[in-house]
Ligand binder design. Structure first.
Ligand SMILES: Nc1ncnc2c1ncn2[C@@H]1O[C@H](COP(=O)(O)OP(=O)(O)OP(=O)(O)O)[C@@H](O)[C@H]1O
Ligand SMILES: [Mg+2]
Length: 415
């Protein structure tokens, strides 16, 4: 496999205890950590090894399976159900860390090495605990990350304290701070990945705008501010209801349930032009009982041009889900509630012109321009939208993010 200059540099430098590969999407960060990791498994000190990500599933999909493709299934075996894999004969523990309790899974361990994919999406407490467990002599930690906000803990407490930083232009910065961490930071951009065809690079660049572009393409740690859907343009994204194309499928109805707040439901369909359309909206402003609400929902569902394949309900609405099931609706799914993932998906569809909204969806069309990043969250280094007038926006996220595997194959877009 051809390695870019930056990657060779990373492989050649005297080894620090932490190697951090951060920067653009698809820039080769994960592959490079895998190459380092395989070497470490062969030659590193004896002792327990850990591979970590948001969930055990993402560790398997993003790291173990690519390793299997490189080394073969014999040398990389997944022990499903045990939370381990055997790689080159060594047992490796797999950890998902998507909440504050996750650190208790590794408390008390003595580790010789760890690899963390997408470290910025893990809790800070987990990363601190992990680092403190690497007590074997010669122990090492690899991490990858995509840029987040400039106050994010991974930047301020880890990356900014690097002893050596190779920036995105390939320039070396050595820190003279006596408190610098024994960490080498490498900032990758798309051009650092020799494997990407130029038309793919162009396509992926076009899929992001605004702050997403700055973060995921330009590898800059910039704040989320202003409108969440900054590319929203009603003249491009809103379609008159009687001009909707003929529909191939109605993938889902996404529903955000409110008791004191409004309830919103939106139907997501595929047009015969292979674009996504939000074809209709149900808004219930007052908070009727679950029974009344379920009745109104069923009446509205019957009026849709096609029955939806899935009813995707906000995971918090437990009692409403029970009611809906009692009323005979069986194709119910919990909404994917990773807010940022949902926002990113909706954003790139709007940006690519692959998602249009019927002018019947009044509340959604009213909410989108006001759906904004929270300055309070930004201060804390987090990205989160302001939680007000966001009910139809939530329903949209649920409808889209939860059924991605159904609609993605129709769209000619980078994933
Ligand atoms: N040096 C290389 N030679 C050949 N293929 C490569 C090389 N580096 C990366 N690739 C390929 O490019 C693609 C993207 O690489 P990788 O998944 O490592 O990116 P990433 O930086 O981790 O992206 P993301 O931020 O999206 O996770 C993968 O399909 C990978 O196999
Ligand atoms: Mg990656």
């Amino acid at each position: 496999m051809p390695l870019p200059k930056k990657a060779l540099h990373a492989l050649a430098n005297p080894s620090p205890s932490i190697e951090a590969y951060e920067g653009s999407v698809r820039s080769g960060k994960t592959i490079l950590t895998i190459i380092d990791w395989i070497r470490f498994i062969r030659n590193g000190p004896a002792g327990t090894l850990a591979m970590c990500g948001r969930t055990e599933r993402t560790v398997i999909n993003n790291i173990i399976i690519p390793m299997q493709e490189m080394l073969g299934r014999k040398r990389v075996q997944i022990k499903y159900g045990t939370g381990t894999a055997v790689i080159l004969g060594r047992e490796v523990h797999l950890y998902g860390a998507n909440n504050e309790q996750a650190r208790t899974k590794i408390q008390g361990l003595t580790l010789a090495g760890a690899l963390v994919d997408e470290a910025g999406t893990l809790p800070e407490s987990f990363m601190q605990m992990l680092y403190s467990r690497l007590s074997v002599i010669g122990a090492k930690l690899w991490l990858t990350a995509n840029p987040e906000g400039p106050q994010h803990w991974l930047k301020t407490k880890w990356l900014d304290r690097a002893r050596l930083w190779i920036d995105k232009h390939g320039l070396e910065h050595w820190s003279d701070d006596p408190n610098a961490m024994d960490l080498h930071r490498y900032t990758f951009v798309l051009e650092d990945n020799p494997a990407l065809p130029p038309d793919y690079v162009e396509r992926i660049k076009r899929a992001y705008t605004g702050m997403w572009r700055k973060r995921y393409i330009d590898a800059e740690w910039v704040v989320a501010e202003g409108a969440v859907y900054s590319s929203w343009d009603p003249t491009e994204h809103v379609v008159a209801h009687d001009e909707l194309p003929r529909l191939q499928r109605v993938f889902s109805v996404g529903l955000d349930h409110g008791t004191t707040n409004p309830t919103a439901a939106l139907a997501l369909a595929l047009g015969e032009d292979d674009l996504l359309y939000v074809v209709d909206e149900l808004r219930i402003e007052d908070g009727p009982s679950d029974g009344v609400m379920s009745g109104r929902l069923r009446t509205w569902l019957r009026r849709l041009p096609m029955a939806p394949e899935w009813l995707v309900i906000d995971p918090a609405a437990a009692s409403f889900k029970v009611k809906v099931a009692e009323d005979g609706i069986t194709n119910v799914m919990n909404g994917e509630n990773d807010v940022l993932y949902g926002i990113r998906t909706v954003s790139s569809l709007l940006e690519a012109g692959q998602l249009r909204i019927s002018d019947r969806c009044h509340a959604l069309i009213t909410e989108i321009p006001g759906y904004a990043w929270s300055p309070k969250a930004t201060e804390k280094g987090l990205d989160a939208p302001i939680k007000a007038n966001d009910h139809s926006c939530d329903a949209l996220r649920y409808a889209i993010a939860t059924t991605e595997t159904l609609w993605r194959p129709y769209l000619d877009a980078p994933t």
